[in-house]
Design a protein around this ligand. Structure first.
Ligand code: FAD
Length: 463
């Protein structure tokens, strides 16, 4: 069944005051007390000053806002969790259409389905589903919005066991560029459904997602704090890739924070903080992480049974807003040259720099690369170089260091994850959508957004 509801009104409002009166939600303008907080996004380096922020109360508000922006030739930015690395959910003079107040959550534990408003964060959804012993795969940090995360693919703690967030997506409600609410799934507007599973916010504004759930109760979760030597880094990918699929690891090479499970003398030392989730029997989880301990004696460790949402407490610091710049690559292998480049760069890194290494395989890799617009199913590894800088004086050195390591790794890259791209130009967007993925997306873009009004994103130009 095709479902489409049009919210179009006879004439779009011509000024902000009339527009505000047409909304069920709120229009936040620069003079309003809430504006300063509402305009904040995670990457403070990309923070803009919008014309106004529409805190939409429903799909009708979203359609009205699209109509208003189109009729008055105002650029649109779409925001949910506000964690866009590129800062596309903000901008100077833009109308931010903000879905963060769409917070409905309904779960049917028997059918293992959940209906979630686009404003929920991964942490909020995960906590609500965990009350039923169920989970949907999202990312590594609880504060990230399910909307932006899902639309790019959604790679997280359950990637090897249950796949990406898009692999659990069953249906979505999308307000398209002409203000029509469309329900999309494998059987309803299947081209749109293919495109939103990896193609980002190019095709419309999602107001609700329906996801499949998996039984995930107690996990073994935590971190091993390993010395970041060449030998340890060379062993990381082979060990993580051959581990049982229940085990997904994310390694952060960074100074050890002052955590209780590492002796004080090691705090501040550079370490491979190998965080992990073993989504299965905790005893089997201990066996699965044992090979990492055999490579080098950890400075310390925390490996404990916990309810699945507990892992988000380990990454809660990730919610902190600060100026930041990231470069990222997918790779087939982490070869010795790349390990050398990472180790050498980290020996001389500015403060707040880190390298993140994710190892894939398992369920995420079993989906065919043309089944969704996220096409990097055969990637083995993702290396991301992340540089924060609190003071603007630090920005230049942090960026130079970041780009120098990126230049060393990029020749070996097999692609890039759209959700880990900043504003890096059209060529890099094409790297995110290899083969004929980009052209296929461009044809779908022409159908759903021919005027490219949704262009503050990793933009697909209409064919
Ligand atoms: C600390 C941190 C940790 C991260 N960890 C992971 C991770 O483990 N795995 C992973 O896959 N990604 C991760 N990411 C990347 C993250 O998935 C993307 O930045 C994502 O776009 C953020 O979504 P958001 O809703 O929070 O962001 P927003 O800034 O609100 O949105 C980002 C973009 O998504 C689109 N968008 C947002 N909401 C909608 C909507 N309702 N309808 C249509 N389009 C919309 C828009 O184009 C918008 O510009 C992380 C990012 C950060 C900052």
């Amino acid at each position: 069944m095709d479902a489409a509801v049009s919210f179009r009104i006879a004439a779009a409002p011509a000024d902000l005051t009339t527009f505000a009166a047409c909304l069920r939600g709120t229009l936040v303008r620069p003079d309003d007390a809430a504006f300063e907080e509402d305009r904040q996004i995670w990457n403070a380096a990309a923070q803009g000053t919008p014309l106004a922020i529409v805190r939409a109360a429903d799909s009708g508000d979203v359609a009205t806002a699209i109509d208003f922006a189109r009729s008055n030739d105002i650029e649109i930015a779409v925001r949910s969790g506000g964690h866009s690395l590129a800062g596309y959910s903000s901008g100077d003079g833009v109308l931010v259409i903000d879905t963060r107040d769409l917070r409905g959550f309904h779960i049917d534990p028997d059918r293992r389905l959940a209906w979630a408003g686009a404003g929920l964060t991964a942490g909020e959804y995960t906590a609500a589903a965990a009350a039923h012993g169920l989970a949907t795969p999202f990312g590594d940090t609880g504060s990230v919005g399910i909307a932006g995360l899902t639309l790019g693919g959604g790679i997280g703690w359950l990637a090897r066991k249950h796949g990406l967030a898009i692999d659990a997506l069953v249906e979505a409600e999308v307000v398209t560029a002409d203000g029509v609410l469309v329900t999309t799934s494998e059987t309803q507007h299947p081209d749109l459904f293919w495109a939103i599973r990896g193609g980002g916010g190019n095709f419309g504004i999602i107001t609700r997602f329906t996801y499949r759930l998996y039984p995930v109760e107690q996990i073994l979760g935590g971190a091993l704090f390993l010395p970041p030597t060449r030998d340890v880094l060379r062993s990381l990918v082979p060990i993580a890739a051959s581990a049982p699929e229940e085990l997904t690891t994310i390694g952060f090479i960074m100074p050890i924070p002052p955590v209780p499970f590492v002796a004080d003398e090691h705090h501040g030392k550079l370490s491979l903080v190998l965080m992990f989730v073993y989504a299965g029997d905790p005893d089997a989880g201990h066996a699965a992480i044992a090979p990492f301990r055999a490579v080098a004696t950890p400075f310390g460790e925390a490996a404990m049974p916990m309810p699945y949402p507990g892992i988000y407490e380990f990454t809660a610091e990730g919610a902190t807003r600060h100026p930041n710049t990231t470069r990222s690559v997918f790779m087939d292998v982490l070869d010795d040259g790349s390990v050398d480049a990472i180790v050498d760069a980290l020996a001389d890194a500015p403060p707040m720099s880190m390298v993140q290494i994710r190892v894939f395989g398992g369920a995420m890799g079993r989906v065919s690369s043309d089944a969704t617009a996220f096409a990097h199913r055969d990637a083995s590894v993702m290396v991301s170089i992340m540089s924060g800088f609190m003071e603007s004086e630090m920005a230049e050195a942090a960026t130079a260091w970041n780009r120098s390591l990126f230049a060393a790794l990029e020749p070996k890259a097999t692609g890039v994850y759209a959700n880990f791209l900043e504003d890096e130009g059209d060529e890099r967007v094409r790297v995110a959508y290899p083969g004929d993925t980009y052209e296929r997306l461009a044809r779908i873009k022409r159908r759903y957004d021919p005027a490219n009004i949704f262009h503050r994103n990793q933009n697909i130009r209409p064919a």
